[in-house]
Write a protein that binds this ligand. Structure first.
Ligand code: HEM
Length: 150
Protein backbone atom coordinates (compact mmCIF):
# COMPACT_ATOMS: atom_id res chain seq x y z
CA UNK A 1 0.00 0.00 0.00
CA UNK A 2 2.51 2.52 1.26
CA UNK A 3 4.46 4.16 -1.50
CA UNK A 4 2.12 3.24 -4.32
CA UNK A 5 1.43 6.90 -5.03
CA UNK A 6 3.39 10.09 -4.39
CA UNK A 7 2.99 11.89 -1.12
CA UNK A 8 2.03 15.52 -0.90
CA UNK A 9 4.72 17.89 0.24
CA UNK A 10 2.48 19.91 2.50
CA UNK A 11 -0.30 21.52 0.53
CA UNK A 12 -3.66 20.04 1.40
CA UNK A 13 -6.41 20.61 -1.13
CA UNK A 14 -10.06 20.17 -0.36
CA UNK A 15 -12.00 19.23 -3.49
CA UNK A 16 -10.36 18.21 -6.73
CA UNK A 17 -12.99 16.87 -9.07
CA UNK A 18 -16.78 16.36 -9.06
CA UNK A 19 -18.00 13.76 -6.65
CA UNK A 20 -19.47 11.60 -9.42
CA UNK A 21 -15.98 11.04 -10.80
CA UNK A 22 -14.26 10.94 -7.49
CA UNK A 23 -14.83 7.49 -6.05
CA UNK A 24 -13.06 5.59 -8.81
CA UNK A 25 -10.62 8.39 -9.38
CA UNK A 26 -9.53 8.60 -5.77
CA UNK A 27 -9.13 4.89 -5.38
CA UNK A 28 -7.01 4.61 -8.49
CA UNK A 29 -5.12 7.84 -9.09
CA UNK A 30 -2.47 10.10 -7.71
CA UNK A 31 -4.31 13.21 -6.63
CA UNK A 32 -3.98 13.96 -2.97
CA UNK A 33 -6.69 15.76 -1.11
CA UNK A 34 -8.96 15.51 1.88
CA UNK A 35 -11.60 13.88 -0.25
CA UNK A 36 -9.14 11.14 -1.09
CA UNK A 37 -8.11 10.77 2.53
CA UNK A 38 -11.73 10.37 3.60
CA UNK A 39 -12.60 7.97 0.78
CA UNK A 40 -9.58 5.76 1.22
CA UNK A 41 -10.22 5.65 4.94
CA UNK A 42 -13.84 4.54 4.54
CA UNK A 43 -12.87 2.04 1.86
CA UNK A 44 -10.81 0.39 4.62
CA UNK A 45 -13.46 0.90 7.29
CA UNK A 46 -16.26 -0.88 5.41
CA UNK A 47 -14.07 -3.98 5.11
CA UNK A 48 -13.18 -4.06 8.80
CA UNK A 49 -14.83 -6.81 10.87
CA UNK A 50 -15.01 -4.80 14.08
CA UNK A 51 -16.12 -1.30 13.09
CA UNK A 52 -17.27 -1.88 9.48
CA UNK A 53 -20.75 -3.12 10.48
CA UNK A 54 -21.45 -0.01 12.59
CA UNK A 55 -20.93 2.09 9.48
CA UNK A 56 -22.61 -0.19 6.96
CA UNK A 57 -25.70 -0.64 9.17
CA UNK A 58 -26.08 3.15 9.17
CA UNK A 59 -24.86 4.10 5.70
CA UNK A 60 -25.07 0.93 3.60
CA UNK A 61 -22.35 -1.18 2.05
CA UNK A 62 -21.60 0.71 -1.17
CA UNK A 63 -19.47 3.85 -0.99
CA UNK A 64 -21.17 5.07 -4.17
CA UNK A 65 -24.61 5.29 -2.52
CA UNK A 66 -26.18 8.63 -1.68
CA UNK A 67 -25.87 8.17 2.10
CA UNK A 68 -22.15 7.49 1.79
CA UNK A 69 -21.75 10.40 -0.61
CA UNK A 70 -23.34 12.72 1.95
CA UNK A 71 -21.17 11.26 4.74
CA UNK A 72 -17.95 11.52 2.72
CA UNK A 73 -18.71 15.10 1.75
CA UNK A 74 -19.59 15.95 5.35
CA UNK A 75 -16.39 14.38 6.65
CA UNK A 76 -14.33 16.12 3.95
CA UNK A 77 -15.78 19.39 5.22
CA UNK A 78 -15.10 18.29 8.80
CA UNK A 79 -11.42 17.62 8.11
CA UNK A 80 -11.19 20.79 6.01
CA UNK A 81 -12.44 22.75 9.01
CA UNK A 82 -9.67 21.23 11.09
CA UNK A 83 -6.84 21.20 8.56
CA UNK A 84 -7.62 24.31 6.56
CA UNK A 85 -9.78 26.44 8.84
CA UNK A 86 -12.58 26.11 6.27
CA UNK A 87 -16.01 27.00 7.69
CA UNK A 88 -18.26 24.80 5.56
CA UNK A 89 -18.72 22.15 8.25
CA UNK A 90 -21.40 23.21 10.70
CA UNK A 91 -22.34 19.86 12.13
CA UNK A 92 -22.03 18.44 15.58
CA UNK A 93 -19.29 15.80 15.43
CA UNK A 94 -20.14 14.02 18.65
CA UNK A 95 -23.96 13.84 18.52
CA UNK A 96 -24.52 11.02 15.97
CA UNK A 97 -22.26 8.64 17.86
CA UNK A 98 -24.65 8.47 20.82
CA UNK A 99 -27.11 6.38 18.75
CA UNK A 100 -24.69 3.45 18.61
CA UNK A 101 -23.04 4.01 21.97
CA UNK A 102 -23.60 0.39 23.07
CA UNK A 103 -21.68 -0.86 20.02
CA UNK A 104 -18.67 1.34 20.73
CA UNK A 105 -15.68 0.31 22.82
CA UNK A 106 -12.11 1.45 23.41
CA UNK A 107 -11.10 -1.32 21.04
CA UNK A 108 -13.41 0.04 18.34
CA UNK A 109 -11.87 3.52 18.68
CA UNK A 110 -8.38 2.03 18.60
CA UNK A 111 -9.27 0.28 15.36
CA UNK A 112 -10.74 3.52 13.93
CA UNK A 113 -7.49 5.33 14.77
CA UNK A 114 -5.34 2.50 13.42
CA UNK A 115 -7.13 2.56 10.06
CA UNK A 116 -7.03 6.34 9.93
CA UNK A 117 -3.28 6.39 10.66
CA UNK A 118 -2.66 3.75 8.04
CA UNK A 119 -4.50 5.89 5.50
CA UNK A 120 -2.73 9.08 6.57
CA UNK A 121 0.68 7.45 6.32
CA UNK A 122 -0.08 6.12 2.87
CA UNK A 123 -1.00 9.60 1.60
CA UNK A 124 0.85 12.32 3.45
CA UNK A 125 4.42 12.80 4.45
CA UNK A 126 5.18 12.26 8.12
CA UNK A 127 4.74 15.85 9.29
CA UNK A 128 1.24 16.19 7.84
CA UNK A 129 0.24 12.70 8.93
CA UNK A 130 1.36 13.56 12.47
CA UNK A 131 -0.84 16.65 12.55
CA UNK A 132 -3.94 14.71 11.59
CA UNK A 133 -2.94 11.94 13.92
CA UNK A 134 -2.72 14.27 16.90
CA UNK A 135 -6.09 15.86 16.10
CA UNK A 136 -7.88 12.59 15.59
CA UNK A 137 -6.45 11.11 18.79
CA UNK A 138 -7.66 14.14 20.69
CA UNK A 139 -11.16 13.97 19.26
CA UNK A 140 -11.37 10.20 19.77
CA UNK A 141 -10.29 10.75 23.40
CA UNK A 142 -13.06 13.32 23.89
CA UNK A 143 -15.62 10.99 22.33
CA UNK A 144 -14.52 8.15 24.60
CA UNK A 145 -14.81 10.34 27.70
CA UNK A 146 -18.19 11.78 26.69
CA UNK A 147 -19.61 8.39 25.77
CA UNK A 148 -18.39 6.89 29.01
CA UNK A 149 -17.37 3.66 27.30
CA UNK A 150 -14.78 1.10 28.33
C1 HEM B 1 -15.24 3.45 16.42
C2 HEM B 1 -15.29 4.73 16.20
C3 HEM B 1 -16.32 5.41 15.34
C4 HEM B 1 -17.44 4.91 14.72
C5 HEM B 1 -17.96 3.48 14.71
C6 HEM B 1 -18.07 6.03 14.02
C7 HEM B 1 -19.21 5.92 13.25
C8 HEM B 1 -19.86 6.97 12.66
C9 HEM B 1 -21.06 6.87 11.86
C10 HEM B 1 -21.77 5.55 11.52
C11 HEM B 1 -21.44 8.11 11.51
C12 HEM B 1 -22.66 8.51 10.66
C13 HEM B 1 -23.83 8.77 11.56
C14 HEM B 1 -25.09 9.13 10.80
O1 HEM B 1 -25.03 9.65 9.67
O2 HEM B 1 -26.17 8.91 11.38
C15 HEM B 1 -20.44 9.03 12.04
C16 HEM B 1 -20.46 10.39 11.90
C17 HEM B 1 -19.39 11.20 12.18
N1 HEM B 1 -18.19 10.82 12.76
FE1 HEM B 1 -17.77 8.99 13.51
N2 HEM B 1 -17.33 7.15 14.22
C18 HEM B 1 -16.25 6.83 15.01
C19 HEM B 1 -15.24 7.68 15.42
C20 HEM B 1 -15.09 8.97 14.98
C21 HEM B 1 -13.95 9.82 15.26
C22 HEM B 1 -12.73 9.40 16.10
C23 HEM B 1 -14.18 11.00 14.65
C24 HEM B 1 -13.33 12.25 14.58
C25 HEM B 1 -12.02 12.25 14.66
C26 HEM B 1 -15.48 10.92 14.01
C27 HEM B 1 -16.10 11.94 13.33
C28 HEM B 1 -17.37 11.91 12.84
C29 HEM B 1 -18.06 13.07 12.28
C30 HEM B 1 -17.50 14.48 12.15
C31 HEM B 1 -19.33 12.63 11.88
C32 HEM B 1 -20.44 13.48 11.25
C33 HEM B 1 -21.16 14.26 12.35
C34 HEM B 1 -22.26 15.13 11.79
O3 HEM B 1 -23.36 14.59 11.50
O4 HEM B 1 -22.02 16.35 11.62
N3 HEM B 1 -15.99 9.68 14.23
N4 HEM B 1 -19.49 8.30 12.74
Amino acid sequence: MKGDFPKTSGLISKRIVKFEDLVDFCLENDEVGLNKLVLKFYAKVVKDDLIGPIFTDTLGKDLRDAKWQAHIELLTDFWASIALGDFTYRGSPFAPHVQFEERLSIKAFERWLELFFETLNSIYEAQIAQQFLAKSKNIAGNFIRNLNIT
